[in-house]
Ligand binder design. Structure first.
Ligand SMILES: Nc1ncnc2c1ncn2[C@@H]1O[C@H](COP(=O)(O)OP(=O)(O)O)[C@@H](O)[C@H]1O
Ligand SMILES: Cc1cn([C@H]2C[C@H](O)[C@@H](COP(=O)(O)O)O2)c(=O)[nH]c1=O
Ligand SMILES: [Zn+2]
Length: 192
């Protein structure tokens, strides 16, 4: 389990990245860290891309319906304007943000802000997703989570798309995606 670094020795910003497949617990872990920051009386702001309209427009919501209020934004630069006087910034579904995201997170960390970014590390084809690989390169702390493979029960790091659509951005849940281990993922891919 991730334990917050000590703030002793003055205020220093840093970047945490939580990555993994769908259903691996990224949103739950993000919410857990943000709630603990609030318990510590830190000022927290939470952002998600406006394209993610699943569940609730004004909150981030986990697959188990654990939720926390967030601000939907069009682009990553808006975070710089909206995150004034805050101690902690949380960003969910970060794979959907634009190419400025790593730079924005660097600037926030330089302001002394703790930045916690959660997102899918791979898209449905198994390729690195959006800015997440760049965020992993910049991160001070990385947590990779795993779901459970719905075919064999091993740990899953792939998000298998069940439908034939080929666009990268396709919002969905269990209707469209299932978490699979490497072995089961490639077995399914061959069948397609
Ligand atoms: N195959 C699965 N493996 C693990 N968790 C699953 C699975 N299917 C459903 N879940 C549920 O999803 C929850 C994680 O949801 P969430 O934090 O929203 O994940 P993520 O943001 O990574 O998609 C788990 O606590 C569990 O209750
Ligand atoms: C793999 C993959 C996923 N998506 C979409 C599907 C969901 O709406 C989100 C991921 O949500 P989660 O909190 O990680 O479960 O992303 C996509 O658009 N394209 C993909 O390749
Ligand atoms: Zn499997």
């Amino acid at each position: 389990m991730f334990i917050e670094p000590s703030l002793a020795g003055g205020r220093r910003g840093w970047i945490e990245v939580i990555c993994g497949s769908m259903f691996s617990g990224k949103t739950e872990e993000l919410i857990r860290r943000l709630k603990r920051a609030r318990i510590a009386n830190l000022k927290v702001e939470i952002f998600k891309p406006v394209v993610d309209t699943r569940y609730d427009e004004g909150s981030i919501v986990s697959h188990d319906e654990n939720k926390i209020v967030s601000t939907p934004i069009e682009n990553s630069q808006q975070i710089l304007l909206l995150a004034q006087e805050v101690d902690v910034v949380g960003i969910d579904e970060a794979q959907f943000f634009d190419a400025e995201l790593p730079n924005v997170c660097d600037q926030l960390a330089l302001r002394g802000i703790r930045v916690i970014v959660a997102g899918l590390d791979m898209d449905y084809t198994g390729k690195p997703f959006g800015q997440i690989p760049f965020m992993l390169a910049k991160a001070d702390y990385i947590t990779k989570l795993h779901a459970i493979c719905v075919r064999c029960g091993n740990i899953a790091n792939y998000s298998f798309r069940k439908s034939a659509e080929t666009e990268t951005l396709l919002l969905g849940e269990k209707d469209l995606y299932e978490p699979l281990c490497r072995h089961c993922y490639y077995e399914e891919k061959i069948k397609k």
